[in-house]
Design a protein around this ligand. Structure first.
Ligand code: PLP
Length: 413
């Protein structure tokens, strides 16, 4: 039976109850049972983000320049705070987007338009990257007819810069690296990529979508985090999501360009329609005003001290997860995490069998296919359930050992 358009209306109370019922079999993410999709920093950041979002619930960030001047100012300040955090040089610019995929899309578009002004770069264009970069590069490539050459990684599952140099040709317009990559949580050697990009005069995009707003604070609390930001002269654009480890409500990401000209290339201008000049820095037209206001409010609420405080808690929690996983016989970390993304597997059992065991125990298992593993992006949702997770994981691994054989589980996102 398919749902038909309702003939009459329903009061909120009944709808509220119905919605709760519709979601009653959801993964129990508030208790840390989803390893991705949702992120928690502190109760204060959640509350401030919620209130600020609701305060600007109806406003449209598309109208920031003509109607919602407060929102425009907030967006400008979010960008300026980001430029400061990522050590951007004088003259660097940026804008908010609705997510990491859109930030990456706009960076690729700006790069493509720059490449068209460079006769030495010959279409069909391509991007050279480790195969660990996010699928969003291929989404952009698909739309813009740009191939993404995905290469095997080198040491510690980080980008193999020599292999990337060798894979470049006259169609290569962009190098990409992650800080860190989604699958393994390690930061690519961005310093070496920066040198390569400058030597070959191509664009380097750093995808700091997941880790951008946590890595600088891990640095500040004394963790050994390699350089990855705009202090490196070859980094021409950088994406960082506020709605992940910036602990801001969705949909909110930031995109930064080293040069003003590049942002100009990222813009879309059009005037051949009845309404005259139309310009956007995003693929989206209408954008949630609430997301802009909430990002501004959360960043100001936490400040450097607040983000450092969360970073300390995240680091301690991740260490405890890592120690717990290493203590389970048969499990191996596929990489030592730079931040809070963990990825582990096993040599003598099918780890997906253990993942199925976790599923039976009410956890959504994060999966990687190559190497076969389990993965989690740990935020403060995952502190309370840590001991349960590790106990259930140990039991699931033991079951998988006894069971033997292979699993039919598919890694799907
Ligand atoms: C999440 C993520 C993206 C895409 O971001 P969305 O907000 O989901 O569009 C891109 N790159 C990395 C490394 C990510 O983790």
């Amino acid at each position: 039976m398919t749902k038909t358009f309702p003939t009459s209306g329903t009061e909120w109370q009944a709808l509220d109850a119905k919605m709760t019922e519709m979601s009653c079999t959801d993964i129990d993410w508030r208790r840390g049972r989803a390893p991705l999709y949702v992120f928690h920093g502190s109760d204060g950041a959640y509350e401030v983000g919620f209130q600020a979002f609701m305060k600007y619930f109806s406003e449209n960030a598309l109208g920031g320049r003509r109607a919602f001047f407060g929102l425009k100012r907030m967006e400008d300040e979010v960008v300026e705070m980001g430029l400061d955090l990522f050590q951007a040089p004088e003259g660097a610019v940026g804008n908010m987007t609705t997510g990491g995929s859109e930030s990456i899309f706009m960076a690729v578009k700006a790069c493509r338009d720059w490449a068209r002004s460079q006769p030495r770069l010959k279409p069909p264009y391509n991007i050279v990257a480790p195969f660990t970069v996010h699928a969003a590069f291929n989404k952009a490539g698909d739309v813009m007819d740009i191939e993404v050459k995905r290469l095997a990684t080198g040491e510690n599952r980080r980008a193999d810069v020599a292999a990337m140099a060798a894979a470049m040709d006259e169609g290569t317009i962009m190098l990409a690296g992650s800080a860190p990559c989604f699958p393994h949580g390690v930061i690519d050697p961005i310093g070496a990529l920066s040198d390569l990009a400058l030597a070959r005069n191509v664009w380097l995009h750093v995808d700091a979508c997941v880790g951008g707003y946590v890595a600088p604070f891990f640095q500040r609390i004394g963790r050994d985090i390699p350089a990855f930001d705009m202090a490196l002269p070859g980094v021409r654009s950088l994406s960082a999501d506020l709605h992940k480890f910036g602990f801001c409500p969705k949909p909110a990401s930031t995109l930064f360009y080293r040069q003003k000209d590049d942002r100009e290339r990222g813009l879309f201008h059009f005037d051949q329609w009845p309404n005259g000049q139309f310009s956007t820095a995003t693929l989206s037209g209408t954008r949630a005003g609430g997301a802009v206001a909430a990002a501004w409010a959360v960043m100001n609420h936490l400040g450097e001290a607040g983000y450092m405080d969360i970073a300390r808690q995240l680091a301690a929690m991740t260490d405890a997860y890592v120690a717990g996983i290493k203590a389970i016989d048969g499990l191996h970390l596929w990489a030592e995490p730079d931040l809070t993304i963990i990825n582990f597997g096993a040599y003598d059992l099918d780890i997906f069998n253990a993942a199925e065991g976790m599923e039976r125990r009410g956890w959504l298992p994060g999966l990687t296919r190559n190497p076969k593993g389990m993965q989690a992006m740990l935020s403060m949702y995952h502190e309370a359930g840590r001991e349960d997770y590790l106990a259930d994981l140990a039991a699931s691994v033991q079951e998988a050992q006894e069971q033997g054989g292979g699993s039919d589980l598919k890694a799907v996102y």
